[in-house]
Design a protein around this ligand. Sequence first.
Ligand code: SF4
Length: 926
Amino acid sequence: MNHFTKGVNSMVQTRREFIKNASVSAVSLSLSRLSFDASAQSGGVAPATVEYGDWRDVYKNKWAWDKVVSSTHSCNCNHNCSWKLYVKEGIVWREEQNATYKHLHKGLADDNPQGCQKGAAFSNQMYSENRLRYPLKRVGERGSRNWKRVSWDEALTDIAKSTVEVVRDEGADRIIIPMATQGTAAKSRYANAIGGVVIEPYGDIGDAHNGASMTTGTLFHNATSDSRMMADCIIMWIYNPSSTRIADAHHLSEARYGGTTIVSVSPDQNPSHMHADYWVNPEPGTDHGMALAMAHIIVRDDLYDEGFLREQTDMPFLVRMDNKKFLRASDFEADGSDEVFYVWDRKTNKAVQPPGSMGSADKTLILGDTDPALEGKWQVNLASGESVEVTTVFELMKLSLAGNTPEYGEKVTGVGAKTLEKIAAIYANSETALIQCGWGMPKIYHGDLLQRAIFLLSALTGNTGKVGGGVFVGGIVESGSPITFPTKYFNGKHRVIPGATWLYVHGGLNKVSSRWTPVPGEKTADEYIMEGLEKGWMPIWPKPGEDPRILIECGSNLLRRTRMNHVLRENLWPKLKLVVTIDFHMSSSALESDYVLPAAGYYESSAIKYSDSASPYHVMRQQAVEPIAESRQEWWIFAELCKRIQKMAPGMGITQYEDKDLGLTRDLSDIYDVYTENGKYPEDVDTMEFVKLEMATSPAYKGIDFEEFRDKGQVNWVNEGGRRSPTSRATYEFTPGTPHADSSDQVSKKMPWFTLTGRTQFYLDHDWFLEFGEELPVYVPPPAMGGDHPFRLTCGHARWSIHSFMRDNELMLRLQRGEPIMYMNDEDAAERGIEDHEIVEVFNDVGSFKVHIKTTPLMQRYQLHSYHAWERYMFTGGHSHAAVQASQIKPLGMVGNYGHLKYSVGFYQPTNVDKGARADVRRLAG
Ligand code: SF4
């Protein structure tokens, strides 16, 4: 079935016809293909006759190739899989894993081969009927699916004209380009050249691990995947690697084979549980109740590591009992620092300043002669003349944890008290224990509290910094394209902004998403969020009250990925004068666009895929074939757009314009020159030039030979490259040939953490945290997002898609039910008379959608689970599961004026959530 073809007959084709019309070979690997010649397909030369003798030649020809190219997929799967692409007659016919990875660490399992079924099917996706091949212009209402083919010149000239008008009449900050995993460098460069707004996805899609950032100042905590084999206990917390990290999930099984105890924590029984020793299932959204009960048990039973707490955490830091604020140097001297703190030294029996905080000149965690007390209460005399009582964070933590008994944990999570005792004992008594956090964690409203509690478990037991231990969160990104900024505007200033608040203000999500959260005190959630914006804690453009005008979706897909995207469609789209989608497949956003422009796919341009420390290899994506039909590389598309803007702007009455917010003078009449660096990188540049440029400029590739890298497809990391770059605030020391530990910089080398106190910080004395009662990790029940309904929603990355572009792939759909489904407990279904695969309506206070129900005992009672990334057009009625994902921004993610709690790209920011939202189900029949 093709979902997009109303009005575009040419798109309704078989794969064979598709390839034929794409001006590449139209043959399949069968007898019939042997009557064609590759050059004839692409160059218009008359077909040659292929000589063959008998069936053996046919078979041999089937497995003969013109060339084999190493490449990969630049999607955000956090894997570095090198593939061999078999190319014949201008077509990529098949992929095969490139098993050339050098064994990293003797004694641990190697990484060969790396890959997943989506990678193996990408050539199928590349030539599928959903592949975009020609520029299309909407001819009916937006979303009517009536298109006409237009030339690139017509499309780009029209887009350029609208762009000049918007910049001239309303300002460049009305042009919006969401960040995504595709086409990043070209579109970011265009945005930086024109002064447009890039909305980043971390918080928008719910990937901002704020709990990690609150505690350690960074969300990048990871180590080589094989280091997990050195753990004695691994807790996979909301982590389902058998579905989501297929390329390296084997290290967990290998660890278990070697004796590691594996515990899986997740509400539903997911495919990873069969590889675990224990499965624990808190009710959705209540996991922090489990982590805090474990912390209670560890403290109660004196299983904590005092030395670690004294040196590496804020546990010995003194807190004033009168106002619950840290005791600071500014309390003793008028010009004292707000970023210098105190511990109580047991040797001298007085308050002393430990080194390593943000305000300290001494950038080390080494305590020297100081012997900080963890427990006690003391009086101190302040400069004001007051005498105040102070105590330690540890004392306050113990007091707070006193209520988190196993029995209380059972009450709030549904996990039995005895089970909590058992899991806590296994974890605390393991010599090396690891908690691996999944990307689902920040998608819980109180995911920050959960992650803070998890870091607390690791700190209490002294596991942080051990090889194979600690907490793994996110990935450590290494390198990135050097062409993101044009030289003329390379001043470090840009308009990359948090996505969640942008959608809240400009996407209309504020109309529905601020109603359920019980915020203590008098302020509503909306008041907190708007106050944070007004104070400039989170940047936003256009400013509230001014409307966005042009949306360019290049590889992004807001109408799929945004929770409550029907609200977005209703509120944002009418404000937009122009919506453009640049993609290689017809997405949910493309269907609602004015222009749809076909982009080249992964095998049709070259790049280096960013890598992360879990899989410490650099992988080169090499262009194997020319872009299909009239599709073009993103570099070409934006260069040609700039060319037209540069040409027409003077005649339309605008050249220079002041970008006052960023202190820049921009000029539309030189934008093509700026974009191409005065013709150095023209529209038809060979993208391999950018690979060479990246290797020449990034420290990550120092010492790596280009030709060896290109020929092999992948090379081992030789150093940690840019781990100290603004986009990679990592905490490890990398030594080739050694499995590294996360946080080794701090634990081994005694470098301060990236926090206000310079320690893993569990006490946050910001006013808002105190108002919320969340200065420490505590249990707070999840809000009833979506209204008062009996079911709780959960979601997760799917086994059959790496983000949305593979969600409707025919090979992937064949491996499941072939259409969207939602999982429901079989007893819940029976009570409601719902049969397996029956279509039901799922609804709550913000929306509804229709979906097939899959009945299963793998789900909890009153849980509804949908794997992610279904496109809207795959559902009857055009609404997906996102219609009921009643996301609520937690106001504490807005804080931006507190030491390490401030916005920077990819780090601390408000985040959208979905897990635990409420909904109900009704039958459509009977
Ligand atoms: S999609 Fe990602 S995980 Fe899958 S094969 Fe490609 S690079 Fe590997």
